[in-house]
Design a protein around this ligand. Sequence first.
Ligand SMILES: Nc1nc2c(ncn2[C@@H]2O[C@H](COP(=O)(O)OP(=O)(O)O)[C@@H](O)[C@H]2O)c(=O)[nH]1
Ligand SMILES: [Mg+2]
Length: 432
Amino acid sequence: MSNERGTVFSKHLATLLALHLALVSTIYPSIFAEDIHNESNKNFTSKSTSSASTFIEVSNASDGVDPNGYIVYCPCMGRFGNQADQFLGALAFSKSINRTLVLPAWVEYIPYKTGSIQVPFNKYFKPEAILPFHKVITMERFMVDLAPNIWPPEKRYSFCYIQRGNGKGCDAKDGNPFGPFWDNYKVDFVGSEIFGPELHYLSIYKGNGQSTWQEKYPGDTWPVLAFVGPPSGFPVESINVHLQEYLVWQDVIEKKSRDFISSLPKGPFIGIHLRNGADWSRACELVDGTQIHLFSSPQCLGYHQENGKLTSEMCYPSTTTIIKQLRRAIKKINATSVFVASDRNHLITDLNSAFQHMNVAVRKLPYDSPHVDLAILGKSNLFVGNCVSSFSAFVKRSRDVYGFASEFWGYPPDLRRIKNEIRQNELDHDEL
Ligand SMILES: Nc1nc2c(ncn2[C@@H]2O[C@H](COP(=O)(O)OP(=O)(O)O)[C@@H](O)[C@H]2O)c(=O)[nH]1
Ligand SMILES: [Mg+2]
């Protein structure tokens, strides 16, 4: 299923897609990153101006409604990296049971403010770029054009694997971002449908799980499956990693990243991700050398941990490790500059003083934009990221699409150093 890369379209579908691509260039207006944040706070109330046929041509039905139904979900876990990660699994799930995926808004959290905001999917990515793989429609369009007929208020059931919250059902709107997400689309639920424990969204990867989903929830009686959270695991299943190729930046982000790159000194540049905020140092304290995996670590350790164990240097590398590894990388590709993306400390002063003598410029974006950071990192000549971070994983996957090189901090681990540390610990212990 997941190998259906570059799905072959029927002639009819291809014509419709071409028509669609012509339409979308007028539908998605250019906006700048700053506007993205200004606009995102608006509740979705106004009817959009574009034609109702957007993204639903692929349904083949005369009324533009997918007879196999739709999948709606709240990306209610983690921030962008987690949400993008789980999006790929949700896309695979929708394809596997042949339902149109309703592209949810990205949930964002504003520092020092309670609640969350919902940023339409298409502010960052081009929905039309997903169509060659699978049928999709944005949540905003779905709510305006289709929900009134196929998902009227009295038919809104929420789906969950297991009962949650205090009630007997899914309690889909309990807590943040659950409540604010559905409120953004003025959705209330009249009941719950608990599909577990016999069925799970990961059932599609086993036996006849795929057909069980379709038989238990046919499109005519269940036109919309509205999941409380993403119908996918975390981190993304290895077979779905390649779906990253369908996440294509909107032109405005693409342009900002290219403009920044052209401001760098001529020559190859290294993109680095330093994940070092307070939440991260707390998370990395969990690493004690015994862990099988933490968050996105399968991206370097392997999904079956075939590439070794997690170390704290991989999770929270020291400045010494960063400088040492970067020095090697600079020499390897003859880099003239280093682009630093970070959630907190870009280490600009330390890195500048370490590499000035090598004539290597160290730069960061003059404004905060995680998405432009990601787009730049994706285009660097060499990327060094954090193996545990899903933000880094987004970059790694997008580079894999083009065969670009990526490395990770502290990986592979310096075995000699680890042995020395163990020996030293033993000596200390003996002395006690
Ligand atoms: N601008 C910017 N923000 C970052 C960077 N790294 C992390 N962040 C922020 O911190 C969040 C980290 O959460 P998430 O994306 O789930 O990644 P993870 O926690 O590292 O797995 C991101 O979504 C960003 O908002 C970075 O390099 N640049
Ligand atoms: Mg996270």
